[in-house]
Ligand binder design. Sequence first.
Ligand code: DOR
Length: 424
Amino acid sequence: MWLLLKGGRIIDPSQNIDKVGDLLIVDGRIAWNQEVPQNQEGQTINCAGLVVAPGLIDMHVHMREPGYEHKETIATAAKAAAAGGFTTIVGMPNTKPAIDNRAVVDYVLCEGRRADVHVHTTGAATKGNEGIEMAEIGDMIEAGAVAISDDAYPVQNADLMRRVMEYSRMFDVAVLAHCEDTSLTRDAVMNEGLNSTILGLRPWPRQAEAIMVMRNILLSELTGCRLHIQHISAAESIAAVRWAKSKGIPVTGETGPQYFSLTDDALCNYDTNAKVNPPLRTQADIEAIKEGLADGTIDAIATDHAPHSLEDKQVEMQYAAFGIVGLETAVPLVITNLVKPGALSINDAIARMTIEPAKILGIEAGSLADGAVADVTIIDLDASVVVRSGEFKSMGRNTPFEGAQLTGKAVKTIVSGQLVSPAQ
Ligand code: DOR
């Protein structure tokens, strides 16, 4: 089987490629140095006017399985990923049971092999995500977990986090850290500022994030463990990561589309779909995030795709679950809010969604190198998109972008040489 992607603008930051040309896939692998095989069946896709990029990687996805299959399953998360242009997704461990031992890692990876895209998982930092006892880190890594994370349940005890980092370092995996000092966020709902005062909603100070970012950076310096700061929302956190990088501390960071697309104004109509952890911040934070993305302080864009059921969200703000679905809106938001206004080049945007997350995770993906597994995303930078959650492949409908008119989308997603979206 061959697939010829003809006449597109091929952008592969891993190889510094940005040129118009043809990309050939033979038997599921990139084949730069071959001719179209005459003796095999194949297909040509006209990519004129489109960007041909390495398959996008989302390193922060809540697949919800096992335990919360009423919100999402591994299969539906993968379908949403394919629809959004992602060929690889990495699941977070706040499931039920938690992904805190080899058996659950095995289960997720086994289900993942049947899914439409490549599925990886993280392992929990602590047993049951309780923040009390370290999880079976070595076992989970051996079973195939690509990183350790405390997402949604940030480890508060510094000594325990130190042990998690020391242990993870032995296996050379990154610790993906959700940075939140929960003593500052009890019952908090939204960013602390004028809007929280006017709305009368419990405030969440930016310092709750930045304090923990700094603690974790210092623990990374102490232990030598690779630390990756998840879903950065606040300017102070970016300054801390920039400082850490300048010191040579092995720290990377990610942000999500919601954090450079919306401010806490999105909560002014009490839309619970805009309730997310960490919370939406201010225009000054958006500017700092754009700067951090452009200068490489923020290495990756990841969605924190967090599907919830209607029952979880159609309640008073105080009781609503935190989270926004992201897989099917990420590419349009990146193009509309970063690339089109000139805040980030399309090349850097692709790097932050391909080779950079691949490097952080140490996985073989995110490149169109000769012989690589043919994961490819074809992007139309000028397509008009209206966000309609009813059309999502995800089971989650919780988006604050409903009805938004955006520009740019992933029009085709190819996984291991197979077209997975649109479905054939
Ligand atoms: O908004 C969020 N939702 N942030 C998290 O850290 C967890 C996530 C979830 O699991 O719903």
